[in-house]
Design a protein. Structure first.
Length: 348
């Protein structure tokens, strides 16, 4: 019996479609596509090659990512979102023509020591995220030190996925109070979809590119987005279990009746969340059922009571087409970001 225990399907047409949706939501903005964290688990080089004819640039977290993209033939603007931290990194970034975020004084010193003739800087201001960036009161002085270079001013929203939270408006007000006539960037996916006034010169879509909603109690389908990743596995075993018997480690599920259960050939060792609760949605042959018992390293168990005539090798959809990842995230006490990034491509 031939059986594929785990398959990751990546839909290039869906990625292109979602990019077009970004353009519809922010038609006058340039687009910096976020492909950090291996394109949210989808494959950074794969995503960049799909979008290279459309996207104005790409955002990555690591210099090694930027190097890989250049070696893979990506010629678009690449922005190093955490910037550089020593002279060797700065020189290498300049050599391969990488834009860099500047968010602290040490990075300014590196630039002044090297004194490059040309540099594209994304100057980060902290408007309330309190993670990276200069205080708004410092920006004028910082700008004066760097003004001979091409500069984009940017900030990052902390709570734009909470549409009723006034902090986003406060962050925009702080940002807009900075009187510099240079390109600006505020909006990530939640900003693009929920805060039109934040679109500015550049938008930075991430999660929505991959077909996922950044807002609670919604899915990408609500915004005409299509899932790019569909993760499938297969039934590798089936058992009839008596009422009152337990399923899996620590006996977290007790059968309420005599029932048929299935074993799926994937687990937390592949990136499926170990803390998925009893009742987490899963599809068997496109029919909805539930995860039962504790997820194991390379297996998980499912309820087959309402699945007609199940067979070994039947297709199991963990998330993607037919089962929005947002629904899985709701019952695993995590976010779609984490689920996507945790998929272990090398094991699939």
């Amino acid at each position: 019996m031939k059986m594929q225990h785990s398959t990751l399907l990546l839909d290039s047409a869906a990625l292109s479609h979602n990019f077009e949706q970004v353009k519809k939501f922010a038609p006058t903005s340039k687009i910096l596509s976020m492909i950090k964290s291996n394109a949210y688990g989808h494959g950074m080089v794969w995503a960049a090659n799909i979008l290279k004819e459309s996207s104005d640039g790409f955002g990555v977290a690591l210099l090694s990512d930027a190097i890989l993209l250049r070696k893979s033939g990506i010629k678009n603007k690449i922005v190093l979102l955490r910037g550089v931290y020593n002279l060797d990194e700065l020189k290498l970034a300049l050599e391969i023509d990488i834009d860099m975020v500047v968010h602290n004084q040490e990075q300014i010193k590196l630039i002044q020591e090297t004194n490059p003739s040309k540099l594209n800087i994304w100057l980060k201001v902290n408007t309330g995220m309190n993670r990276l960036g200069f205080d708004p009161t410092e920006i004028a002085g910082v700008y004066n030190k760097l003004k001979k270079y091409n500069i984009v001013l940017l900030t990052h929203f902390s709570s734009a996925d909470e549409l009723a939270n006034p902090i986003t408006k406060s962050q925009m007000d702080i940002f807009n109070s900075i009187n510099l006539n240079i390109p600006k960037s505020l909006a990530h996916s939640a900003g693009i979809l929920g805060w039109k006034e934040s679109h500015a010169d550049w938008v930075r879509p991430g999660l929505m590119l991959y077909g996922v909603s950044p807002f609670p109690n919604t899915t990408g389908l609500d915004f005409n987005l299509k899932p790019v990743m569909t993760w499938k596995s297969a039934l590798i075993a089936m058992h009839d279990v008596k009422k009152g018997e337990a399923i899996g480690y620590n006996r977290t599920y007790i059968c309420p009746e005599d029932m048929k259960i299935g074993v799926v050939g994937v687990g937390y060792g592949f990136g499926y969340p170990r803390h998925a609760k009893n009742g987490t949605a899963i599809l068997i042959n496109h029919m909805l059922t539930e995860v039962i018992g504790r997820v194991s390293m390379d297996m998980l168990m499912v309820n087959l009571q309402n699945i007609p005539d199940p067979k070994l090798g039947d297709t199991v959809t963990l998330w993607g087409n037919g089962l929005p990842i947002e629904k899985v995230a709701e019952t695993t006490a995590t976010s779609p970001y984490e689920l996507l990034c945790n998929v272990h491509l090398g094991m699939i």
